[in-house]
Design a protein around this ligand. Sequence first.
Ligand SMILES: O=P(O)(O)OC[C@H](O)CO
Length: 850
Amino acid sequence: MLTTVLNFAQRVAEISLLGGIEIASVALIVYYIFAKTRAPVIIAGLFPNLNLSYRTSYLSKINTIRSDLLVTLRSSNEPKTQNSVAHGIGTQNMLELTPHSGQKPFKKLFDWGVLFPYVAQVVRSEKFEYRQVTEIVHNDAVLKHAIKQAAEQTLREQRYAKNGHRLLTRSASGDQEAQEEEDEKRGISYQAILRKQEQRAISILKDMGSTLNNGLLAFTSWILYKLLPCFLSGVVTNTKQIEMLKTATERSPGTPLIFVPLHRSHLDYIMVTWILTNNDIRSPLVAAGNNLQIPVFGGLLRGLGAFFIKRKIDPVEGKKDVLYRAALHLYLTHALKQGHNVEFFIEGGRTRTGKPCMPKGGILSVIVTAFMDGSIPDALLVPVSVNYERLVDGNFVREQKGEKKIPESFGKAISGIWKALKSNYGLMRIDFNEPYSIRELVNSYNKIAREDGNIAKVYKPSARVLQHNQSTSSLYGTDVVCEEHRNLIESISRQVVFDCAAATSVMSTNAIAFLLLTRFRNGAEEQILSEALDDLRNSLSGCKDIGFSGESSQIVAYACDLLGSGLVTRTRDENGRLVIKPVNSVESFIELAYYSNMLTPHFALSSILLTTFHSLLPETENKKDAAVSRKKLIDTALENCQIYRYEFILNKPTQVLENLLYQQLDDLLISGCVLTEELHDDLPNGVEGRRLANALADCLDEDDYDDVRAGEADEPKLLFASETPAQQRYICEVLAPFAWTYVTVAQSLQILHKNSMLECEFISFVINDLSSKVKRGSCIYAESISTDSVRNCLKLLEKWSVIEVCNQQGMRLISLNTLYEMSRESLNSIVKKIDAIVPKFNSGYFSVTP
Ligand SMILES: O=P(O)(O)OC[C@H](O)CO
């Protein structure tokens, strides 16, 4: 009795404590937003139609806030610029869009939606039934089986811990009774273990489950309509893409949409949901890392659709957490069966470098499996591209310099919101790309396998069910993860990431940062930068969506304003001309690279090709005679592409890289960065020849390149174009910082000689080495200091079997492989191979003046 009373009292105390914390947190947020910051601005914004303006004069009367908080912070010596740009044709700013708000009074006698447009919008937007799935998962027989499996696993571990291998041997002999007796003696109870695992299953599902509901969606939607304009000038979507999504859902009503965005900011979670809700599209369940399970915000995200998953599924290396995997697998499958749309971030975390990360296949694999085993008839994968003119979360410079990530916390979230509300982050852009049907993807994968004559690779649902019994032992849902399934998942995920990256709109800050880093590291006059922006826009038009429009000079001023005085300086020279320059610090270059890298994948192939071309050019008396054969160039460039295999996805799985290189080569010929013998000799200036080459490139499709190459033995050689060394240099500059990181990693391998090292220590060693090279000036790229690229290079070296990585109690230990341990020469050949991708700007052909 006493125990019951005490338990009850404890429960009450716990609930009150938690409730108290939640209430106090909400009160704190309200205090921050309304009392200390922009209360009048927000209040005026809440009731736009009541004409409450927030002019500074009004504010000074009520004397609550310093007016300097209300204007964009701008250093006094910088020129004033407009604080927004046009966001492109065919797009809409969601902040200004309330399709469900009221009719104008003269159209309808009274509509309260006219007075309260945002309330009307969120109340009238379409409501969907969001079924909870936790209970269904809990009752699933597969989960029960997984609980048993986990219990048996623990039982074996406990027996081993208490008895060593003695009892395991006995167990194998099948002496069940004797074993149970022995267990009892040693205090091991299978029933107790089973109960614990049952409790664990309940707690996993409780931690994981989303509570997506219309009420919270509507409330948050309204709040966002009010708060977003405080720090974003627009949330831009493409009208046609939204229509396309609506049509897709109308055409196949039972088919779930799987939104797959590239992850840039924590804000992505709520923004995709907010846009969909306000366009009357069912909000998705969103796979979120459990690092976001922080007080208040975790609950809020859960109500908006987040289901939390562990960042590391198997906490103990080499031991599968069968129960957790089964719970996650079942949660997703049942969510799809219950008609939920799903969203997940295929890269796992947010990009630290600004370019896409390599995809992770786990969640996609579960979705494909749900289709393969007939749980769902089909699903539409929607690649989503997200971009911000300025990143709201802050920058990732610390982490790139090798420091640890500061974990998410309530305090950090509050201070982030506080900082955001005081700043201007420009535009946010979201593009929803053409959906792929999983059914069609699987069919086309099979078609390719059949065409290749590889019938064993053909992937059929029935074959799969026969091959592998349904089980819970992997996130893949089968005991054996078959090779063709892995290939299929890898192909789809690479295709999604490639398409997302290609469809990401270029923002003003991306373009300016790219130009500053690749062409004007020492600064440029505003006029010259504007002209370079014009050129860049021309070169991108038709192949990349540009998220801004208007005069380039205005765009330059606007983007510099957004990047801020911490990243770019604007000063007048002795002639009164405005000079724009990157701030000369490691931090500012790393941050500028984040913005610039959005464009890097687009130029990666031409950069590899041209850098390879320069590395192959022989030293001759007359540089104009230096020639390289086309085949040699393409073959070597292909090898160099392999060096970047963990850094960039250079082609879709359906594209042949070699063909893409040939196409890039044609582009370089057209732009005059490379010449051919005929073009150079017979056609002065190469103009006519370029036109010819252009026409040829236009009428060739990918297959034709094979025929063209068939006759390449008598092909003209490729010659150095002495008239365009500057353009050639700009292209090579695109990947030069990555090349420097890679070569530094390769050079650092020698410290592993007869010496294993923790991976994290080796990474710090390389980062320190890079930092001193930058300090000394031997490496001119401060952005080469990049933990991410160091890691990618280590993956490459592991793939090449230059290093071995082993796990020791959760720590990654790296050492040289025997061949490289024994032979210095072999190690040097690796350094040489990687050094070939570093453009040599101080020697060779770049120094030629036209
Ligand atoms: O970028 P990370 O690693 O902090 O992870 C961000 C994800 O949103 C976690 O759910």
